[in-house]
Design a protein around this ligand. Structure first.
Ligand code: MN
Ligand code: MN
Length: 471
């Protein structure tokens, strides 16, 4: 090989070192791992369901509730749950927490459509549901789909009712009926794509058969309320204290004749949550304490008590410090935070063959090239971005290279094309090292998002390496 051939091999755009080159074992492992993830996504569709499922997995792996800290001598694996929507998993390291911890933080909320507080009304011969969308959706993508309802209803006496309706084929789904093409020339044809539907337009059909009682005025609405009362014992007022999410009904599916892609609702950001939790489950006795954080409400700005801006993570770390140091003061916590390292694990936008023009091909990630290291996000000149320190980016790429992780770089689209943010900047407020890293997707925020089987497994390896090797 000549000097120039060697140099060419090191060029960034030649950096596709996936399991395709590693051989068939890697491929088998990646598919087995991703098939488990596919099954997870097929039934886990809300942040509460995600937290509940991962908590159950953690308990099976020997993780104990944080309140058990110190009760079983030498036990290192703990978890804590916040508001059923926010989970932290911990594996205590050889060094004390005051030396800093390695955090991987993702989010388990997903853009979807919520019921309004007073959702039911009759129109023509239908019972309809009024909705309010959550997060950045393109509304036209959510019409004509079979939608299931997942969530909880809390009755006035505090009783909590779990709802999953519309996943079983024996149950009816909800849907938004679009206008037929024959008659849509003016009402839709003259509108712009993204404003074709407004938020108030997204009213779903949930019923059509009236009760047989001439004295009743709201015959169809009453018939729907009767069905809900029979199944859940709820009345119309109980919608006020409910969290009911409309999500695509049905299973996640492999995409392509080769099944190289996984299509699903909720990759953003369950893909990072799942792969980082699996990574944490498979580390043992790390040098630094490993913390896996599944946040809620990222899609609406990380606000709220289960979002990344909540004090929950600080309380958990404080508790660990208080136990290890036989006491607590604020300075210990601040030093621990400053000495910590974090990956904000969230998804990026891969080059879509149908819409290449929105990307800078030199800096855009591609599906199948491994986890994406993203120094900065933001929009309009890095606005609202963490913009990680070059020193920390260097340390992350070094440990990944040293441990054979498939990774690539990526930025979100062309400079002035648009943009977005992650939880990175909220972790950075604690003055810790933090950089974004997660897989690239196609169709991000759509009811059916695409991820590569190569990248799913690469994320698992990258996160495991981070927990084990970052110092
Ligand atoms: Mn995300
Ligand atoms: Mn998102």
């Amino acid at each position: 090989m000549t000097k120039y051939e060697k140099m060419e091999k090191e060029l960034l755009n030649e950096k596709k070192s996936s399991w395709i080159k590693k051989g068939t074992d890697g491929k088998k492992q990646a598919f087995q791992f991703s098939e488990q993830y596919r099954r997870f996504l097929s039934h886990v569709k809300t942040e509460r369901e995600n937290v509940r499922e991962v908590t159950a997995m953690a308990e099976k792996k020997g993780f104990l509730p944080l309140k058990e800290l110190g009760k079983k001598k030498g036990h290192k694996k703990f978890y804590d749950v916040n508001q059923e929507k926010n989970l932290v998993l911990i594996v205590l390291g050889q060094k004390p927490v005051t030396e800093g911890v390695n955090i991987i933080a993702s989010h388990v909320d997903v853009p979807h459509i919520d019921f309004k507080m007073n959702p039911l009304y009759e129109d023509e011969e239908y019972c309809m549901v009024k909705t309010h969308y959550y997060g950045g959706i393109k509304k036209y993508q959510w019409v004509n789909l079979p939608l299931a309802v997942h969530g909880v209803i809390i009755k006035k006496d505090g009783q909590k009712i779990d709802v999953v309706w519309g996943e079983d084929e024996s149950e009816g789904v909800l849907t938004f009926p679009d206008v037929l093409p024959h008659l849509s020339r003016k009402i839709q044809g003259e509108k712009k794509l993204l404003t074709g539907f407004t938020g108030e337009d997204l009213n779903m059909i949930c019923g059509s058969i009236p009760v047989a009682d001439e004295k009743v005025k709201n015959k169809i609405k009453i018939s729907i309320l009767e069905i809900l009362h029979e199944k859940y014992g709820v009345t119309e007022a109980d919608f006020i204290s409910a969290e009911l999410q409309l999500v695509p009904s049905g299973a996640a599916r492999w995409v392509g004749f080769d099944k190289g892609l996984l299509g699903a609702f909720g990759h953003d950001d369950r893909i990072c949550g799942y792969t980082s939790s699996m990574a944490l489950f498979n580390i043992d006795d790390p040098e630094y304490t490993a913390v896996n954080f599944l946040a809620d409400k990222e899609e609406i700005g990380s606000e709220g008590r289960s979002g990344m801006q909540s004090w929950f993570v600080l309380r958990v770390l404080s508790e660990l410090i208080a136990f290890q140091e036989n006491g607590f003061n604020d300075l210990l916590l601040r030093k621990a935070l400053e000495r910590s390292h974090a990956l904000s694990s969230d998804v990026g936008a891969g080059i879509n063959p149908n819409f290449k023009s929105v990307h800078d091909p030199l800096n855009a990630p591609r599906l199948g090239y491994g986890i994406v290291l993203t120094k900065y996000t933001g929009s309009g000149g890095k606005g609202g971005s963490n913009d990680a320190d070059a020193e920390f980016v260097a340390r992350v790429r070094r440990i990944w290279d040293e441990n054979g992780v498939d990774w690539q770089i990526g930025t979100l689209g062309k400079v002035d094309e648009g943009g977005g943010g992650t939880v990175a900047k909220f972790l950075a407020e604690y003055n810790m090292d933090v950089v974004d890293a997660g897989p690239a997707l196609l169709s991000m925020h759509a009811p059916f998002e695409l991820a590569s089987v190569i990248d799913i497994y690469s994320c698992y390896e990258a996160y495991k390496t981070f927990f084990e090797k970052m110092k």
